[in-house]
Write a protein that binds this ligand. Structure first.
Ligand code: GTP
Length: 364
């Protein structure tokens, strides 16, 4: 069976970190999200994965090449952003018409049991089966109305609060029959959520499958941090220390923490809970790091404090600098010594911050 991963979005809600890397290559517990997805597809015997790419297409092609995890990798490279439905239509030739195929939004992390979803497709022979996840507040998502036989009779995209047909949301995972290609107009951008699913629901060709395994989307910065935190909590091992990590004996860990290879941590630093530290990161002495993700190669100088933030690749946080909850520091940013960034400050890649920032703002 083939799988198509939608990987071409701009990820504007994850700026400034998505200015320099596609959303699907954001590290989740120090491994790119797309690697988690590909591994799970390899496990169920998928033979070929097509990546539907546009924004920063080269980053995918360089990293994944022609095969990965024993699967063939091909690329459907759009000339302009075709959006979710248009991207599926654009990949028609690569996918072919032989058999049903799996489609995934690339910006989700899930442990769904794909075999149950595929079984449901066999039983119903639907044009489309959609995986559904129950949430408390469905207002950010597409929601469905389901009959007892799991037929979708209504699909509503981002219904206003209180008006969603149910709390079952579109998890961004579908099994599609090649007949779907006849339902999507070619040659222009098409949103599958706005244009195609509501019609399929009316025509009775659309079925749903509720699942309860882990599912998270990482569309926004807060979601991204939360996904890392929740997954770190699910790890059996509470303290991961990577190969050749150089940790002073006076470092105080507050588990859970995940430290990648070649990381250096200086004396009396306090690390955790929920500190996820990428490869080659350096923490000086008496640094405080909690509830944060630090991308590879960043430097947190002596006495710096980072709480509830994401620190981009190769960024430098100066001595005694204080980075507060909700801050997102872009790749290769420099925060000078003793600077304080208040809550929710975001800093674009390669900027240098020389004055403290007292209120939530974006530094571009
Ligand atoms: P935002 O700009 O933050 O909304 O993110 P996004 O551009 O990724 O859009 P969205 O979250 O709605 O996308 C859902 C999934 O579809 C993601 O995996 C995107 O990479 C993918 N996607 C969105 N638009 C396109 C497109 O035009 N082409 C392709 N190939 N994939 C897309």
């Amino acid at each position: 069976m083939k799988a198509l991963i939608l990987a071409g979005g701009k990820g504007t809600r994850l700026r400034p970190l998505s200015c320099t890397r596609p959303k699907l290559l954001f590290p989740i517990l120090n491994k790119p999200l797309l690697d988690w997805t590909l591994e799970s597809l390899a496990e169920i015997g998928i033979s070929e994965v097509t990546l539907a790419v546009k924004h920063m297409a080269e980053a995918f092609m360089q990293r994944y090449g022609k095969s990965k995890y024993g699967m063939k990798i091909s690329y459907s490279r759009e000339k302009k952003p075709m959006r979710t439905g248009g991207a599926i239509k654009y990949a028609e030739e690569l996918i072919g018409h032989k058999e049903p195929f799996l489609v995934l939004n690339g910006d989700i992390f899930t442990k769904i049991d794909y075999t149950k979803l595929l079984k449901k497709h066999k039983e119903t022979n639907a044009v489309a089966i959609i995986a559904l996840y129950r949430v408390e507040d469905p207002s950010r998502y597409g929601t469905v109305k389901l009959t007892e036989e799991s037929r979708v009779t209504q699909f509503a995209e981002k219904a206003p609060p209180g008006q969603a047909p149910s709390n079952l949301i579109n998890a961004g995972i579908y099994v599609l029959d090649p007949k779907i290609f006849d339902h999507i107009p070619g040659g222009r951008p098409v949103s599958i959520e706005h244009e195609i699913f509501p019609k399929l629901a009316k025509e009775g060709k659309f079925f749903g499958h509720e699942f309860k395994e882990i599912w998270m989307d990482i569309g926004k910065s807060r979601d991204y941090l939360k996904a890392n935190r929740i997954l770190l909590d699910t790890e059996e091992k509470k303290r991961h220390l990577g190969k050749d990590a150089n940790i002073d004996e006076k470092v105080k860990f507050n588990d859970p923490v995940m430290v990648d290879a070649e990381v250096k941590i200086g004396q009396k630093s306090r690390v955790g809970p929920h500190a996820i530290i990428g490869r080659d990161v350096v923490l000086g002495r008496e640094v405080l790091l909690e509830n944060s993700v630090v991308f590879p190669g960043a430097i947190l100088s002596d006495f710096a404090s980072v709480t509830g933030a994401v620190i981009g690749e190769g960024a430098t946080i100066g001595k005694g600098a204080k980075i507060s909850e909700g801050c997102i520091i872009g790749d290769y940013v420099t925060i000078r010594d003793n600077i304080t960034l208040s809550r929710d400050v975001t800093v674009c890649p390669s900027k240098e911050v020389t004055e403290s920032v007292p209120e939530s703002t974006r530094i571009i």
